[in-house]
Ligand binder design. Sequence first.
Ligand code: ADP
Length: 316
Amino acid sequence: MKKLVCAGEILVEIMAERIGQSFLAPGPLVGPFPSGAPAIFIDQAARLGQPAGLIAAVGDDDFGHLNIERLRADGADISAIKVHRGAATGTAFVTYETDGSRHFVYNIKQSAAGLIEIGAEARALLAGADHFHVMGTSLFSPEVIEVARNGIETVKARGGTVSFDPNIRKEMLDLPGLRDALHFVLSKTDVFLPSGPELFIFAKAADEENAAREMLDRGISTVVVKKGAQGAVHYDQTGRTASPGFVVDEIDPTGAGDCFAAAFVSFWLRAEAPEKALRIANSCGALAVTKKGPMEGIASLAAVEAFLATAKTGAP
Ligand code: ADP
């Protein structure tokens, strides 16, 4: 089976217990939950049985070990996660506003996550990789951009493939080196996985189908637009395939896009038809939102199949 690798931040998420709870006053918290988009992605792929490894850095503290143990237990290759003495694992404190939006207090750039590098273990992991997945959130400094560039080049030189989930907001585009990095990543991307409105940061066309076609014309082979509860739409040279989302009670949306992407890419690497890859990916995204904590809803292939036996789709 093809092995996929991702590189980037590992952190823990600590959540305000009540909706609308402010961090400007003491209050009850829940967590720590293992987190970090690349960790969520790799954990979900491993739970689906795909060989998957992560290049990352954590502190030699409980938060770092919590993440490593979860990834190890779920079958991920943790050989290239470096544990740094004297650095702290990153944190994200999250509170949900009454309108459904999220408010974050982050410490990621200054945490051990910023110490990520291509060392001997990362080189060994990449030497056996068939696919590299890039996330926009992991391009927050010139050092981490360099790691992504190295991963892409190594995997492409071996005849492998690249997927890209931009997960980017317009205001991030002014980060040093980010525009150039995005240009480079897109020029190497085989599978592009934007969330609905993100597509229009990269394409000029004003409607989704033409924007997706514009991306295909740049040499990307597959575009999958994620649409939250509505599911996802897939575009390639043969046409358009829409796949509705599944009806679930949304408790916490963090991580859904990463679970969706991991499942889609895993089944794309298995050369499954778009309909099947989308159905599994929509299940993983739906199950992800049913639990508090970004990695708590991650499902095994057996759990996905059990869910699909009774799941109902919503309106596309
Ligand atoms: P992102 O987190 O990257 O913005 P989305 O919010 O579009 O991505 O979610 C990714 C996928 O997760 C969706 O395409 C869908 O399959 C699933 N999903 C997300 N939210 C829900 C929901 N409320 N109900 C069912 N499925 C969901």
